[in-house]
Write a protein that binds this ligand. Structure first.
Ligand SMILES: [Fe+2]
Length: 212
């Protein structure tokens, strides 16, 4: 519960949604290796059909393989998860305990493909890593953007000047991670352009998590 207010008016934001974005430095070689791995797997044939309309998705076992690029990606995700897990402990990673379970799958969208509205049941945190943006048509607004729906169901009477009830868009870069709570509904705008737009989605489940 928030602390009592003081003598000065205090403005607070409540029901805020925690999200994290981070661009991995020097991701070029990592992305080349991930792209080769994913496209080789796609060449074998169809696998899963989750949220995609068109496009291709792998089974959610992408992190099970021994490829070094998968190991690098997993290490990045674990590092980011330690950050978001430590927020309830004031950012102190030494005060958190718990086990982390990760699953991941690949998405390849081509011209016209998109992902319908969905969330990630059975998980706590979810995220996307962007391997390649393809060759997007620069004239298409929100091309391939990931959009999050306002999770406040009663926020349908916006206060002037305050945003409510609309989607929040993120236009990612190659090499970028976006982490968000698994319960927030999201979708991916159609990709318009050439080539393959490749991303890796993941779920992170926390077991026996506690703040010391
Ligand atoms: Fe998703």
């Amino acid at each position: 519960m928030p602390a009592a207010s003081g003598p000065e008016p205090q403005m607070g934001w409540h029901f805020a949604v925690p999200m994290l974005r981070w661009c991995a430095p020097d991701s070029g070689a990592l992305n080349e290796a991930l792209e080769a791995l994913i496209l080789a797997r796609r060449a074998v044939g169809p696998e899963a059909h989750l949220s995609n309309v068109g496009g291709w998705q792998s089974h959610p076992d992408l992190f099970d393989g021994p490829a070094p690029c998968i190991g690098t990606l997993r290490r990045h995700i674990v590092s980011l998860m330690r950050i978001v897990m430590a927020v309830p402990a004031g950012g102190d990673r030494t005060r958190i305990e718990g086990q982390l379970g990760l699953t991941g799958w690949a998405n390849v969208n081509r011209d016209g493909d998109f992902n319908r509205v969905h969330d990630h049941p059975g998980s706590h945190w979810s995220g996307v890593y962007y391997v390649s943006l393809g060759e997007p048509d620069p004239g298409t607004e929100l091309n391939g953007a990931i959009e999050f729906l306002d999770p406040r169901p009663s926020a349908n009477m916006p206060i002037p000047g305050y945003r409510a009830g609309s989607a929040m868009s993120m236009l990612p870069a190659a090499g970028e991670f976006i982490l968000f709570p698994s319960w927030i509904q999201h979708y991916v705008m159609p990709f318009r352009g050439r080539g393959d737009r490749i991303s890796i989605a993941f779920n992170a489940g926390l077991k026996d998590y506690r703040v010391l």
